[in-house]
Write a protein that binds this ligand. Structure first.
Ligand SMILES: C[S@@+](CC[C@H](N)C(=O)[O-])C[C@H]1O[C@@H](n2cnc3c(N)ncnc32)[C@H](O)[C@@H]1O
Length: 346
């Protein structure tokens, strides 16, 4: 893979292309099928031969084929049964069906035993508003009724990806912002925010397809003149330990009651031990005290989120039932990160 931040994809090699007769069988005519060439550089750069590459939205098996071509094991989830059949046939035609595990499911519904760990997650995500004409399924994200539901579905899938991905592995999602009628939805940027709540961002690459766009007001634009490859990594973030300790002191001094627990508390007792990636504090669930704490944090430059979503002020705790914690992050001008996870009793 070059050191350029972009990848120019000007043609699709016929030998890798989804064969026309398989494409014709698909309810959407294969129009959401990616290119093997788009996946190959990422397979090569972010995994090694023998590794397992996982695609939670396997589609037509494009990622899986790229993985098998590079001697990786391939594993994928796909919610649409007809596409599972299509992937099997496509891989078989390449003589690469062995070494591939296909699961007809949404990965967030799978137990650990059903989804063995993997070394790289590489996918292109389902678009919102594309008028799915295939079989109906409750977790088919092409059927999302509204944008918030779509983003929630993506979050659930990548949350599960995080559990299955080995430490240090990359999670790479290909995605573009989409035009829906007169509206542009920043799907790529919203997905980056979701991934940022689960993984550490590493880089972005822009995939450029040098063809003309077409105008259509009737459906989501997925004509891919360019898209983003968002590259994230499952690793512990490095926080600024001294600034974090000073912040906890300042919180106490201003009368905010909390109990420090978890890795930061252990590290304060044993500075030679594991370096913490955040400071966990526990507070009681009194909405007014919690609101005052979050307000204090905002006034001190923190952004407060809940499962990656911004938390609106004043706090309406009922909105977050069952979610158990807030995250407060501050990045200072020298790049230092301070991260608090605030657990509250419900
Ligand atoms: C953009 S396509 C993936 C195409 C694939 N990367 C390829 O080029 O072969 C997205 C796929 O996600 C599938 N999908 C949607 N929701 C899903 C879910 N919850 N779990 C698994 N697959 C899902 C859709 O059926 C569709 O095939």
């Amino acid at each position: 893979m070059t050191s350029h931040s972009w990848l120019m994809l000007d043609h699709e090699a016929p030998r890798y292309r989804l064969p026309d007769e398989l494409r014709a069988r698909d309810p959407m005519g294969g129009r959401d099928c990616g290119w093997v060439e788009q996946m190959l550089p990422f397979v090569r750069r972010f995994s090694r031969p023998g590794d397992t590459v996982f695609d939670p939205f396997a589609g037509f098996g494009t990622t899986l084929l790229a993985a098998r071509l590079e001697d990786r094991l391939a594993s994928g989830c796909e919610i649409d049964a007809s596409r599972i059949d299509l992937i099997r046939e496509r891989l078989a035609r390449h003589g690469l069906a062995h070494g591939t595990t296909l699961l007809h499911a949404s990965c967030d519904a799978l137990e650990d035993s059903a989804l063995p760990p993997f070394d790289l997650c590489l996918t292109s995500v389902p678009y919102f508003g594309c008028r799915w004409t295939g079989a109906q399924a409750a977790s088919q994200l092409y059927q999302s009724q509204n944008y918030a539901q779509h983003l929630d579905g993506l979050r659930n899938v990548f949350h599960r990806v995080r559990t299955g991905l080995r430490d240090g592995g990359a999670c790479i999602a290909m995605v573009e912002n989409i035009r829906l009628g007169e509206r542009v939805l920043p799907l790529a940027f919203d997905l980056a925010r979701i991934l940022g709540s689960l993984f550490a961002m590493e880089e972005e690459r822009v995939l450029v397809y040098p063809h003309e766009g077409h105008d259509s007001e009737s459906d989501a634009h997925t004509d891919r003149r360019h898209e983003y490859a968002l590259v994230f990594r499952k690793r512990r973030e490095r926080i600024d330990l001294q600034t974090t300790a000073a912040l906890l002191d300042a919180l106490r001094a201003d009368g905010h009651a909390f109990t420090l627990f978890g890795s930061f508390s252990r590290w304060q007792q044993d500075p030679q031990g594991t370096v913490p990636a955040d400071a966990d504090i526990r507070v009681d669930g009194d909405p007014e005290r919690l609101d005052a704490l979050l307000r204090w944090l905002r006034e001190h430059g923190f952004s407060v989120t809940n499962w990656g979503d911004p938390v609106a002020a004043p706090l309406h705790l009922d909105t977050y039932r069952g979610r158990h914690y807030f995250r407060a992050d501050r990045v200072d001008a020298n790049g230092a990160l301070i991260r608090l996870d605030i657990c509250y009793e419900q």
